[in-house]
Write a protein that binds this ligand. Structure first.
Ligand code: TYD
Length: 204
């Protein structure tokens, strides 16, 4: 089973992924968790390249291709083999992050992104995608408490809103696969909602 998490920066994905993985592990499943970009030696190196050039000098096309290069390696080397073994794979971001951030947020042509996505994922579609929905104020205050506000400050509120609206468009296109969760809820309640959703899909 392939589970993905999406949401704006500071929406609390990593905490929820950790709790979900712990729960599955306690039940004897051995979930694999991965984060994008990253998850293989090559993909982690590409992540470093993207982080090192965050302040500007990467063109949008180069940025898109780097994200997809990291993802291509991750899909072939890790995700597909693990899914073929029947494992549970939990991904912190997948192609919808590129659609939302590079497409809706930065204006990359959506047709190009979709073509890349089909090729790179080999038509793999997540079984379920949890979207942690957060508003700009919530996101900023979480970033403050993590001391990582820099990244968001370099993104103007219009871009932020375009990305969030983009996510909402993507959800409307495939509502059956997405589970929208209010990220302002308590950590425990969010975890409970996620688990309730998954419980009937998994024979744990
Ligand atoms: P990361 O530190 O993993 O943040 P988070 O915990 O919020 O996921 O950094 C990932 C950043 O990269 C995040 O700002 C979203 C962005 N991103 C894209 O712009 N496009 C993509 O395809 C992916 C996977 C991430």
């Amino acid at each position: 089973m392939f589970i993905t998490f999406e949401g704006m920066d500071g929406s609390g994905k990593s905490t929820q992924i950790r709790l979900l993985a712990e729960k599955l592990t306690a039940l004897g499943r051995e979930p694999l968790t991965i984060r994008e970009p990253g998850g293989t030696p090559l993909s982690e190196e590409i992540r470093q390249v993207l982080l090192a050039h965050r302040k500007g000098s990467v063109s949008l096309t180069a940025e898109v291709l780097l994200f997809f290069a990291a993802r291509a390696q991750l899909v072939d080397e890790v995700i597909l083999p693990r899914l073929e073994k029947g494992d549970i794979v939990i991904a912190d971001r997948f192609v919808e992050s590129s659609f939302a951030y590079q497409g809706y947020g930065k204006g990359m042509e959506m047709g190009f992104l979709k073509t890349l996505a089909r090729q790179v994922t080999r038509n793999l579609v997540p079984d379920v995608t949890f979207y942690l929905d957060i508003n700009l104020e919530g996101s900023l205050s979480r970033q403050d408490s993590r001391g990582t506000r820099d990244r968001l400050e370099s993104m103007d509120p219009e871009t932020w809103n375009r990305i969030r609206d983009g996510y909402h468009d993507l959800i409307q296109a495939h509502p059956e696969r997405w589970v929208v969760i209010n990220a302002g809820d308590t950590v425990g309640h969010i975890h409970h909602q996620i688990w309730t959703e998954l419980e009937h899909r998994l024979s744990v």
